[in-house]
Design a protein around this ligand. Structure first.
Ligand code: PMP
Length: 428
């Protein structure tokens, strides 16, 4: 029996489902989750010492690959100085300055500990600022698991088939309006009906929790216009896209300025970090400047800030994102060629530099939640396991985006394409 199987059995004794976050349990793809013990560069190593080329990257943070020497060294130095003070530190200033410089729509930024906290706090702020209760989100977009946002969500909530979780009071959920991603008409209709009650639109500018669906031309522009027309706050949830799709996030790539932005993943360099920020006038409503309460014992944690700041310095180097784009394009073109040769219909989506989607479908393109749901899940699951056997680790769900890192070499891409060729032959 593999160590992962043994550990998974043991894990279930005291951990619900053996995991600390549901998608890790492989419920969507079936089989036993792989237990990892170490990682380096583009590779992760399991408890049986097998290595895999990693396209999950800890679900996004690892844009530099695992254990990047600059991050590890900076963290080691900080650890010797202290793990947490619960008081202001100089490194928090460096972090805030770096974030606001890279993302010009952000005048002020508050650090938190996860993407969930970032979006939850941004929603409260938008409600406090506008004095309105309703929020508008998109079906298949995931913004963490806070009550207001766990309505028709993506990611694990899709995999597990529990888009509306028990435990979210109907009285909360009724304030969350859900419309269709890439369909401005559905947004307009919601605003025509309740525009004066809607505090904000929250959107993943590239939807990454229903696999990877980029915005259609004009979609994000339309959201900006509608928010301006109705006095609602536009929140870009860039937890996944921030510093990844482009250095300045999806907002730079598509050239749209949101009012508030939420960040996570890359900003922590692998440590638990999130952030929200935006226009000064709105952010000044946050305590202690304003009446909207938000706080955190470990927020701005010095070790986490150090890791994140080291990551940001690396990704800001010239051509970092351009090189990732070239690499990703080669990977996706190679996958399409090999799928076609095996007679398997495959659609790929690429958003900016380092985020991609793959769909087993004979539809010409995948641009909406309905089109995602019409793809061949069973085939993806078989492909996932075939790739795993070949030594390639993809996200264990057909609803998750894939990620590459600067540590992925040309040899890694070649290895992946050879693996895919064998996998396509097996599932044809
Ligand atoms: N927003 C988006 C767009 C995400 O992809 C995620 C997590 N995948 C979150 C928010 C929640 O972040 P966390 O898991 O750190 O709470």
């Amino acid at each position: 029996m593999s160590r992962s199987k043994t550990l998974f059995e043991k894990a279930q004794k005291h951990i619900p489902g053996g995991v600390n976050s549901p998608v890790r349990a492989f419920r969507g793809v079936g089989g036993t989750p792989i237990f990892f013990k170490k990682a380096s560069g583009s590779k992760v190593y399991d408890e049986d010492d097998r290595s895999y080329i990693d396209y999950v990257g800890s679900w996004g943070p690892m844009i530099l690959g695992h254990n990047h020497p600059s991050i590890i060294e900076a963290v080691h130095q900080q650890v010797d100085l202290g793990l947490s003070f619960g008081a202001p530190t100089a490194i928090e200033i460096s972090m805030a300055d770096a974030v606001c410089e890279l993302i010009p729509s952000m005048d002020l930024v508050r650090m938190v500990n996860s993407g969930t906290e970032a979006t939850m706090s941004a929603i409260r702020l938008a409600r406090g600022y506008t004095g309105r209760d309703k929020i508008l989100k998109f079906e298949g977009c995931y913004h963490g698991h806070s009550d207001s946002l766990l309505v028709k969500a993506g990611s694990g909530a899709l995999t597990l088939g529990v888009p509306n979780s028990p435990g979210v009071p109907a009285d909360f959920a009724k304030h969350t309006l859900t419309v269709t991603f890439n369909d401005l008409e559905s947004v307009r209709a919601a605003f025509e009906e309740s525009g004066s009650e809607i505090a904000c639109i929250i959107v993943e500018p590239v939807a990454g929790n229903m696999n990877c669906v980029p915005p259609k031309p004009g979609f994000l522009e339309g959201l900006r216009e509608i928010c301006d027309q109705y006095g609602a706050v536009l929140i870009f949830d860039e937890v996944m896209t921030g510093f990844r799709v482009a250095l300045g996030g999806a907002q730079e790539f598509y050239n749209i300025k949101p009012d508030l932005t939420t960040l996570g993943k890359v900003i922590g360099g692998g440590m638990p970090v999130g952030a929200f920020g935006g226009k000064r006038e709105i952010m000044e409503q946050i305590a202690p400047l304003g009446p909207v309460y938000q706080a955190g014992t470990l927020s701005g944690n010095p070790v986490a800030m150090t890791a994140g700041l080291a990551a940001m310095k690396e990704i800001a180097k010239p051509d970092f994102h351009k090189n990732l784009t070239v690499k990703l394009t080669r990977l996706l073109e190679g996958l399409k060629e090999r799928a076609a040769a095996a007679g398997i219909p495959l659609v790929t989506n690429q958003a900016g530099a380092a985020m991609f989607g793959m769909y087993f479908t004979d539809q010409e393109q995948v641009t909406s939640f309905a089109e995602v749901m019409a793809c061949d899940n069973d085939r993806f699951n078989k492909f996932f396991h075939a790739m795993l056997e070949e030594g390639v680790y993809l996200a264990p769900s057909s609803f998750e985006a894939g990620f590459i890192s600067s540590a992925h070499t040309d040899e890694d891409i070649d290895f992946t394409l050879q693996a895919a060729e064998k996998a396509f032959a097996r599932i044809a």
